[in-house]
Design a protein around this ligand. Structure first.
Ligand code: GLC
Length: 535
């Protein structure tokens, strides 16, 4: 692959920051942009990530903690100011760290000026910026579509006598992307941030923006299982054929790509879509027939996997087999919408998973706190804040654990209680302590990031599964013409011997961080041990 084509986002390790939970610089219990700025030296010099993805920081009533945007061109006072954003961007770039921001095109907040106008009367010029429809003759909603967060996807508006569509909360009305003015307005917003210098966008529920123009009813789901990697309650009772993912969506992403590409080759920009589709063919269409749509649809397939080497091998194989020619893969093991890795699989398992994430072929995204092994918090129901009750996402959004001191160093001393409780394990699980511990999870992530930099084969080499992996081990080669590495991951709680064929090996890294260098004779993986070997 020519260097020319091997763009920054293919080499990068992306780090997702949920600004509310990263670092509170003011003491109000809520993280903010100056807090992120303060922690750049950590992200750069300690961890060594290449790009940040910031979850929404825009002005918002915070019904869905910022995914309900009231102004796409500003910063919520809770998080700081536009100047704070510019400073953060400038300082990140000075450190050679790219900045990806969240774009939420499917819906705005009901407090957005556009929606306020839209709902004011049927003949308001913005009426058609949202999806309005008449009731059925008996007064019931226009069709059977459901909200991802529960209940019908339609809300009655008494004042104008119509329903509006909301695929998520009723405070998040869906924008009407069939109206060219909406597209233009959103593309202008994209230009606004590109002109400020951002390096790209993570596009929220990118496949939802276009629905069936006839608004047909969804059929019932004959299988009592979720269409994505986790159960969504009542939403799973339907097959979501008509309420999202209409093929016209591809035209929009082709146009968006032209816009991004027009920003030239000096600073190539990236688009990554949040796309929860588990039919590989349909998923891969978002790269575009001529690789002219999104640079990458996020690959969430591993998030629902059970702890089984065979299952991970199968999913990676399926992804590799379905990637369009010339397209680039990516992997995700944690997000602000999913339970923590160590809580899903266990702590020892999380170390093996970290090695896998950072050595598979493709761009990895690390969710904040995974690098120190943060775990889910358990909240009594009366303390839950997440409006998506079925998903319990508060659990994985607790404040970052920086120190063993007061409030885990999340807020300055004497600050208010953080917006979500800090995990009880913060005295052991925190950046300051783990930095000093050569065997910690943080030391493992640092070493993995360092090995990725030292051995570019981990960035640009091919992927090939080892066919005779020991039982419940996932082993794969990463190869270029000059170098071959083997990654050997033992998912079992038993020692496993690597096949004799794996010869003349040099251990580059063990997940236990206690062995390195030449290994003579047969090599055994200890229980839940992962190794990177130079062959
Ligand atoms: C995406 C976000 C999630 C949000 C939803 C609605 O799935 O990741 O956090 O609640 O969109 O905007």
């Amino acid at each position: 692959m020519s260097e020319q084509k091997f763009l920054w986002w293919k080499k990068a390790v992306i780090y997702q920051i949920y600004p509310r939970s990263f670092r509170d610089s003011t003491g109000n219990g809520i993280g903010d942009l100056p807090g992120v700025l303060e922690k750049l030296p950590y992200l750069d010099e300690v961890l060594g990530v290449d790009a940040l993805w910031l979850s929404p920081f825009y002005p918002s009533p915070m019904k869905d903690f910022g995914y309900d945007v009231a102004d796409y061109r500003g910063v919520d006072p809770l998080f700081g100011t536009l100047d704070d954003f510019d400073r953060l961007l400038e300082e990140s770039h000075r450190r050679d760290i790219r900045m990806i921001i969240d774009l939420v095109p499917n819906h705005s907040s009901d407090q957005h000026r556009w929606f306020q106008e839209s709902r004011s009367s049927r003949d308001n010029p913005k009426r058609d910026w949202y999806i309005w429809a008449d009731p059925q003759p008996d007064g019931s909603p226009p069709n059977n579509w459901l909200s991802v967060f529960g209940g019908p996807a339609w809300e009655w508006d008494e004042n104008t006598g119509q329903y509006y569509l909301h695929s998520f909360l009723k405070e998040q009305p869906d924008l009407n992307w069939r109206n060219p003015e909406v597209k233009e307005a959103m593309f202008d917003i994209v230009r606004f941030w590109l002109d400020r210098g951002v390096d790209g966008f993570r596009i929220d529920v990118a496949h939802y923006i276009l629905k069936d123009p006839e608004m047909r009813d969804n059929p019932q789901n004959p299988r009592p299982m979720s269409s994505i990697h986790k159960p969504l309650g009542e939403y799973d009772s339907q097959m979501h054929l008509y309420d999202k993912g209409h093929p016209d969506v591809h035209e929009i992403y082709r146009e968006l790509r032209v816009l991004l590409d027009s920003y030239g080759s000096n600073q190539p920009r990236v688009s990554i879509g949040e796309i929860h589709i588990f039919d590989w063919e349909e998923w891969s269409r978002y790269y575009g027939e001529n690789l002219d749509e999104l640079h990458m649809p996020y690959n969430f397939s591993l998030l629902g996997a059970s702890w089984s080497a065979d299952e991970f091998r199968r999913l990676v194989g399926e992804l590799e087999a379905h990637l369009p020619d010339g397209s680039w893969p990516n992997y995700v093991l944690g997000t602000h919408d999913d339970h923590r890795l160590a809580s899903r699989y266990g702590r020892g398992q999380a170390r093996v998973a970290a090695m896998m994430l950072l050595t598979l072929r493709g761009t990895p995204t690390i969710y904040y706190g995974e690098e120190i092994g943060m775990e889910d918090i358990h909240l009594p129901p009366e303390m839950e804040l997440d409006p998506a009750h079925a998903q319990k996402r508060d659990a994985n959004r607790s404040p970052m654990q920086w120190t063993a001191g007061e409030q885990a160093g999340f807020s300055p001393p004497g600050g208010q209680d953080p917006w979500l409780p800090i995990h009880k394990n913060y005295r052991q699980v925190n950046v300051a302590s783990e930095k000093e511990d050569p065997a910690s999870m943080l030391s493992l992530y640092r070493s993995l990031l360092a090995v990725r930099k030292e051995f570019p084969v981990l960035q640009n080499g091919s992927y090939e599964a080892l066919t005779d992996s020991p039982k419940n081990c996932f082993c794969y080669f990463r190869k270029t013409s000059r170098q071959t590495l083997l990654v050997a991951l033992n998912f079992s709680r038993e020692p496993r011997m690597l096949p004799d064929a794996v010869k003349s090996k040099d251990i580059l890294l063990s997940t236990r961080l206690d062995r390195k260098g030449p290994a003579d004779g047969p090599l055994t993986l200890r229980p839940l041990e992962g190794l990177i070997l130079d062959l």
